[in-house]
Design a protein around this ligand. Structure first.
Ligand SMILES: [Zn+2]
Length: 364
């Protein structure tokens, strides 16, 4: 959905001054088509959520050049929604849609290859995306060590003390200048060099500069991984590469592992159930589950090709099952132990697979 801004021109080499204001996708496609013989790029100017799942299914491979975790999680749920497992819990190769992701933040970057069902997906490794670092207030107040500490002191502490009741506006030049002046004073007091007006804006607005060389390295890695995945001319990245260019040059490749309880890509999220529970009680347990409940609104449950409880047109037909014991519906305790139930819900973009473990029963 982005349009070209004049500040993009220092690093987004496909764009020229006359393109400012135009959609990035359209201009980029035009330039590549004109420049690279034999290549046909089709631009789409719109939100990624606006395309139906079948549109994404029509591609052999998807390369993500996204700037937010939420957009990545969305695309991850789309490709993992295509995934099908066979009876042994092995992913059906035809349903695996490879995805390559790259991202940069200043002088740091990453590239990763996601083969749903084989490698961890985004949801398996959410811990890789820690919340934005904020400085502890005591550091700002007592032991500032960097220009950013001085700026945040002026912004987060001094502003409220000196100008109480006045809301700080990042687009107000006088406000920004005030924070800069106070930060510069404090930096001088502690002998910390480097507080500038530009840095003040960067820290206060949380702007991380995009660096052309980092973007080039990461996009090159993404293209290479895409080629390797499509042509098999070489073994692909297994499965996560970090690039650090801020303190020398450093890359590190790590093989992260799938989370067996990942609700998006698991062959079966383990769930302990009471052997005496009815289907209704099982559904209630799903909705009350701390991890799974928030993903669901009105689940339907099936086992293989058998619809245990469906919504809409299947509701009347399957409603009597709600009062029956789940183990009985699955053909007895031995069959129910380890059975994988498929849960569908309008809040989910793909099926949630739940692997039953029968508990000792008599739970409250
Ligand atoms: Zn996963």
């Amino acid at each position: 959905m982005d349009t070209i801004d004049v500040s993009n021109l220092n690093r987004q080499f496909l764009f020229r001054m006359k393109d400012v204001g135009q959609p990035k996708a359209t201009v980029a496609a035009e330039r590549i088509n004109a420049r690279v013989p034999g290549v046909k790029v089709t631009p789409h100017f719109g939100r990624i959520e606006d395309q139906p799942a079948d549109w994404y299914r029509s591609f052999s491979l998807i390369v993500l050049g996204l700037d937010s975790l939420e957009a990545r999680r969305y695309m991850n749920s789309v490709v993992c929604g295509f995934l099908e497992y066979d009876d042994e819990g092995q992913p059906d190769l035809g349903s695996v849609k490879p995805m390559v992701d790259g991202g940069t933040e200043g002088f740091k970057g990453h590239a990763r290859v996601i083969l749903p069902g084989h490698t961890p997906c985004f949801e398996c490794t959410l811990w890789l995306f820690p919340p934005q670092t904020k400085f502890p207030l005591c550091t700002l107040a007592e032991t500032p060590r960097s220009p950013a500490h001085c700026i945040e002191y002026a912004h987060l502490i001094l502003w409220g003390q000196v100008r109480p009741g006045e809301e700080f506006d990042t687009d107000n030049e006088e406000h920004m200048k005030w924070v800069y002046d106070k930060a510069a004073e404090r930096a001088k007091q502690y002998g910390i060099p480097g507080v500038t007006f530009q840095l003040t804006q960067g820290v206060v607005k949380n702007i991380i500069p995009a660096i052309a060389s980092t973007n080039a390295i990461i996009s090159a890695q993404c293209v290479l991984e895409a080629l390797k995945t499509l042509t098999c001319f070489s073994t692909g990245l297994d499965n996560y590469m970090m690039y650090v260019g801020s303190t020398g040059l450093y890359t590190h490749t790590a093989k992260y592992e799938k989370d067996p309880a990942c609700p998006v890509c698991s062959a079966g999220v383990p769930l302990e159930v009471d052997p005496d529970a009815t289907l209704q009680q099982f559904i209630d347990q799903l909705l009350a589950d701390p991890a799974l409940g928030k993903l669901l609104a009105a689940p339907s449950v099936s086992y293989g090709s058998t619809n245990l409880y469906g919504r809409g047109v299947f509701e009347a037909e399957t409603r009597p099952n709600l009062a029956r014991r789940l183990t009985e519906l699955l053909g007895g305790g031995a069959a129910a132990e380890g059975a994988v139930l498929t849960v569908n819900d309008k809040k989910l973009r793909g099926p949630l697979r739940v692997r039953l473990r029968l508990g000792s029963g008599m739970s409250g």
